[in-house]
Design a protein around this ligand. Structure first.
Ligand SMILES: NC(=O)c1ccc[n+]([C@@H]2O[C@H](COP(=O)([O-])OP(=O)(O)OC[C@H]3O[C@@H](n4cnc5c(N)ncnc54)[C@H](O)[C@@H]3O)[C@@H](O)[C@H]2O)c1
Length: 437
């Protein structure tokens, strides 16, 4: 393909080197002429393993050249890949000036140009940027329609500086959002040789994935550092701790505990996070990340509470009281807290949880409920139907298999707040919702 790459920083220079090596005709564009001069002399504008040699070879073969002329570059290409910078503004927001400017230039040239060109954003942009800035800017400047007269795509970049060429050929995943099949096809063919999972997504999902990734990476670094710091303060080798931690690919380095849903609870997580918080405090250690976990969990319960209150239904049916399905352990269940708060607001509540069914409970758990939660014990019913017929709002609190059938059985006026996302798609009416999906 004839490909134009806008922005010859780390992402653009590496992409230009790799795509020209793959046999594409590449024209690199940057308004910084020292960068374009370097490329035209066969040199890399960034320090990155192998890129110098690749650029030298591509320039000598004639498959790569560079220019400062945005409009000329778009004239000669069928695919335009935008890798301009998106730096932080002073207030922390993303500065999209470079993206906007390059889209204006590209759009103006598209106005004159016959034939189809796909404009692909690789710069990291906040969710909504394609739909509210990129596409309107291109359409306004070109007088043409995205997805019809020209293509638009978002194709986030996951490379890491210092291993960028390796990462280009070995991406952890490929994520594509496109305005039309032709643009999607071009991006798929660009990635056809890579052994990586490919996801086609909406613009906003693809945009958000990049932020979830980088925030996760930052969170991992901060977590490792805080565990290391507290370990060191009590004379433990934090490296040895994290080596063993990382060997656990079932619960730790895995997709477990990462689905958006409801707050954590139970007899272990809150207690142990609190104990580590206390240990840090007693050592005069600043552990802002670990200290923020309990407040984050509380905010999540607050969001659930607010969502239920917003529905303004006196009768609330609760399906699932324990912190997860398959246990009768009610210690620190966030559902218990939610129910207590709803009671305080005067709601009429009925609760069904087959694992906490009082008529079947024996021994310690029965005693626990009657001693500690007598106000809740009174609200429990033996049949799920008693909850379903009672509630104007039904709250699903854990992922017991039986609860999914309820969603399809409700009448139009009933609302479901599913805190655990028992169904991927809404089965019932539009009144099926969660707090973080
Ligand atoms: N650096 C990374 O490791 C990395 C990895 C993945 C994604 N990203 C994202 O990719 C984007 C680019 O990152 P980078 O590190 O390569 O940035 P960079 O600052 O190194 O390079 C950006 C280049 O764009 C040029 N530019 C700006 N406006 C232009 C315009 N209108 N026309 C032509 N050129 C223009 C600048 O002169 C600069 O050379 C950012 O959004 C970044 O968040 C970066």
């Amino acid at each position: 393909m004839d490909i134009a790459i806008f922005g010859l920083g780390y992402v653009g220079a590496v992409s230009a080197a790799c795509l020209s090596k793959e046999g594409h005709n590449v024209i690199g564009v940057d308004f910084n002429d020292s960068k374009t001069d370097l490329i035209n002399k066969g040199k890399s504008p960034v320090v990155e393993k192998d890129v110098d040699e690749m650029i030298a070879e591509a320039v000598s073969k004639g498959t790569l050249r560079a220019t400062t002329d945005n409009r000329a570059a778009i004239r000669d290409s069928e695919l335009a890949i935008v890798c301009v910078g998106t730096p932080s503004a002073v207030n922390g927001n993303l500065n999209l000036d470079f993206v906007q400017r390059v889209c204006e230039d590209i759009g103006e040239e598209l106005r004159e140009k016959d034939g189809f060109t796909a404009i692909i954003i690789r710069s990291t942009v906040l969710p909504g940027t394609l739909r509210t800035l990129v596409i309107p800017t291109l359409e306004k400047a070109s007088g043409k329609k995205a997805g019809v007269d020209f293509g638009v795509g978002f194709f986030p970049e996951f490379l890491r500086e210092s291993t960028a060429v390796y990462d280009f050929y070995n991406p952890p995943k490929v994520v594509i959002a496109a305005s039309d099949d032709r643009t999607r096809g071009m991006l798929e063919s660009l990635n056809a040789d890579f052994d990586a999972p490919l996801s086609c997504a909406d613009y906003e999902v693809a945009e958000m994935v990049k932020y979830a990734d980088n925030t996760w990476h930052a969170l991992k670094v901060a977590f490792g550092n805080e565990i290391g710091s507290i370990s060191k303060a009590i004379d433990i080798d934090g490296g040895a701790v994290m080596d063993i931690f990382c060997q656990d690919t079932k619960l730790n380095i895995s997709s477990k505990y990462l689905r958006p849903g409801f707050a954590f609870g139970g007899s272990c997580l809150p207690k142990d996070v609190r104990a580590l918080n206390y240990k840090g405090r007693s050592l005069d250690l600043e552990l802002p990340l670990i200290n923020s976990i309990m407040p984050s969990n509380r905010s999540h319960i607050d969001r659930a509470m607010q969502m239920i209150l917003d529905l303004n239904e006196k009768n609330v049916g609760v399906l699932g009281l324990s912190f997860k399905a398959g246990t009768d352990d009610l210690r620190e269940s966030p559902m218990v807290e939610l129910v207590e708060r709803l009671l305080g607001k005067g709601h009429e509540i009925r609760i069904f949880d087959q694992n906490v069914n009082l008529s079947r409970l024996v021994g310690a758990n029965r005693a626990y409920i009657y001693e500690h939660l007598p106000h809740i014990a009174k609200l429990m019913v033996d049949e799920m139907d008693d909850v379903v017929t009672h509630g104007g709002t039904i709250v699903i609190g854990n992922s017991d298999d039986r609860f999914s059938e309820v969603v399809g059985r409700l009448n139009d006026s009933q609302r479901v707040i599913d805190l655990v996302r028992i169904e991927n798609e809404a089965k019932a009416n539009g009144g099926y919702n969660g707090i973080c999906w």
